[in-house]
Design a binder for this molecule. Structure first.
Ligand code: NAP
Ligand code: MG
Length: 495
């Protein structure tokens, strides 16, 4: 086990990439401007980072376009593209400690989680699409025998990728993997709070043999660099993960510019349903606590609405309280810490604001509810509200912090009604022994993923991930993700 001293030492000796990565080179922003990247666990600045804007976006898109058009990557044998992606996956694992530390310092998550979950998840995604690169066949359509009609998938061209700060490298890798496997070029804008791990990844991609100009990374702000990418006339697609509010802006940018394709992985308010037929209340309680406290609750699929059947409510709440005690706020570099800092001061205040609103609206606080004492950074204690009703603000809005809303229901029908009473549809779970009821409920839940008798159990790449309703559209992970980075072409040959 790596100790706190190990990580503190490593942090002291860390050299941080802080420039934009364009055409295979680290460069300053054209304006020369920089912004501060803060460590939210200490509230201190880590490093000044290049602040790219529209001019840098123009430059990077031109570089990415040239790379696409001359075929250095797009026309490479798919098996060769796959090989280089495999090498990149290996390099991610070889640099696992450094990348995990960058992730933790930049956005506050426990370094042990970044080591165990984020970085291996990134490598798995890149490996998976590397393996897939030369495994996809196109189609011959069953036309009249007088013709031969081929249906082929072609890379789109230049992909703009815009990602959030909660899993900075993993959200990027879920998109980089399939976009590169399909032969596209990329201009990626990380969240302003978390550019550091992705900037390092760009260099590893070069080392893996991904040609210059194919993967470009521009740190900067959403309102400038992000918007410029969204409005750019020569970007063929935006692959976005972030809030529903900003997702809607990317739809507008597309309509105002070149009708670029848009895929959106947006917010959630996922219901976690414990029926009276739950096969294991202890296991369900442990899952319910992890579902909201993992990654400080900064998870798009957080199980933020816990729906418990009245018949087992008291027994379950006792078990939940015991399970929650194992979630401990602490220094993200300490190996025992399971909850780190929230990403920035403004976000912490927003989360604390929701806690005030919940009290004012009459919910009952049963755990936490305050900023963690004795720490300079932006830490909030694990928080649970009981007696939440579906109309309360904390049952409706995405908090993106360690705040659980507990709602009570009577029977299957009411559970489904409450669960689906939301603008979101990212994920849902139901705990239930009866296979017929489990299937019935899974079918009735309006969500892109439904878990039965578990909550987000694996980082499995084989299944698609994405939302219904205002949680967005388009899917990350699985072979389906490749669809959005390609267009279908029909070539009809009259014989
Ligand atoms: P966000 O505010 O929507 O930001 C996401 C990205 O969009 C950032 O890179 C941001 O840049 C950029 N952006 C912001 N304003 C923009 C604008 N006006 N034009 C163009 N780009 C703009 O989301 P966040 O706070 O970083 O992340 C939290 C959200 O992400 C939550 O809603 C969460 O549910 C969602 N999320 C969804 C998934 C999923 O797969 N469904 C996964 C993880 C997170 P700046 O950082 O510079 O503002
Ligand atoms: Mg932001």
């Amino acid at each position: 086990m790596r100790t706190y001293e190990f990580w503190a030492d490593k942090a002291a000796g860390l050299s941080i990439r802080n420039q934009a990565f364009i055409g295979g080179q680290y460069v300053d922003a054209l304006s020369g401007k920089t912004f501060s990247s803060i460590n939210p666990a200490t509230a201190e600045s880590l490093v000044q980072v290049a602040e790219c804007d529209g001019a840098d976006v123009d430059l990077a898109v031109k570089v990415a376009r040239d790379a696409f058009e001359d075929g250095r990557w797009s026309n490479m044998h798919p098996a060769q593209r796959g090989k280089r992606l495999m090498r990149l996956g290996d390099l991610i694992m070889e640099h696992r400690e450094e990348l995990a530390l960058l992730e933790s310092l930049d956005m506050g998550k426990p370094v042990s989680d970044a080591m165990a979950i984020d970085i291996p998840g990134c490598a798995r995604a890149i490996h998976w699409y590397g393996e897939a690169a030369d495994k996809l066949m196109d189609e011959i359509a069953p036309t009249d025998p007088s013709a031969l009609a081929m249906v082929t998938r072609e890379a789109l061209g230049v992909i703009g990728i815009v990602v959030p700060w909660n899993f900075p490298l993993m959200m990027a890798c879920w998109k980089i993997g399939p976009a590169l496997a399909a032969g596209n070029s990329i201009v990626l804008k990380p969240a302003e709070q978390s550019p550091l791990s992705i900037l390092r990844l760009a260099e590893l991609a070069s080392e893996a043999g991904i040609p210059d100009g194919v993967l470009n990374v521009l740190p900067g702000f959403g309102e400038t660099a992000g918007q410029a990418l969204g409005l750019h006339m020569d970007v063929d697609m935006i692959a976005f993960t972030g809030s529903t509010q900003v997702g809607k802006l990317f739809m507008q940018y597309s309509g105002q510019s070149n009708l670029k394709r848009v895929s959106l992985e947006c917010g959630g308010k996922s219901p976690h349903i414990i029926t009276q037929d739950c096969p294991d209340l202890d296991k369900a309680a442990a899952a319910a606590a992890s579902a909201i406290f993992f990654n400080q609750g900064e998870v798009c699929t957080a199980g933020s609405r816990l729906l418990v059947d009245r018949a087992i409510k008291d027994e379950f709440m006792e078990k939940l309280s015991r399970a929650s005690a194992s979630h401990v706020v602490g220094d993200p570099l300490h190996p025992d810490t399971t909850m780190g800092a929230l990403v920035e001061e403004g976000h912490m205040k927003r989360v604390l604001g929701y806690i005030d609103t919940a009290k004012a609206e009459g919910a009952t606080l049963t755990l936490g509810g305050t900023r963690t004492e004795g720490r300079a950074g932006y830490f909030v204690d694990p928080t649970i509200f009981d007696d939440v009703t579906p109309d309360m603000t904390i049952a409706r809005e995405e908090i993106f912090g360690p705040v659980l809303s507990v709602l009570t229901f009577d029977g299957e029908e009411e559970a489904i009604r409450i669960a689906n009473d939301t603008i979101y549809g990212l994920a849902a779970a139901v705990w239930c022994r009866d296979i017929s009821q489990a299937h019935r409920m899974a079918r009735a839940l309006r969500a892109g993923t439904v878990w039965v008798n578990c909550w987000d159990p694996t980082g499995d790449m084989t299944v698609p991930f994405g939302g219904f309703k205002q949680s967005g559209f388009g899917r990350d992970k699985s072979l389906h993700a490749l669809e959005k980075y390609t267009d279908l072409k029909t070539t009809w040959i009259q014989l």
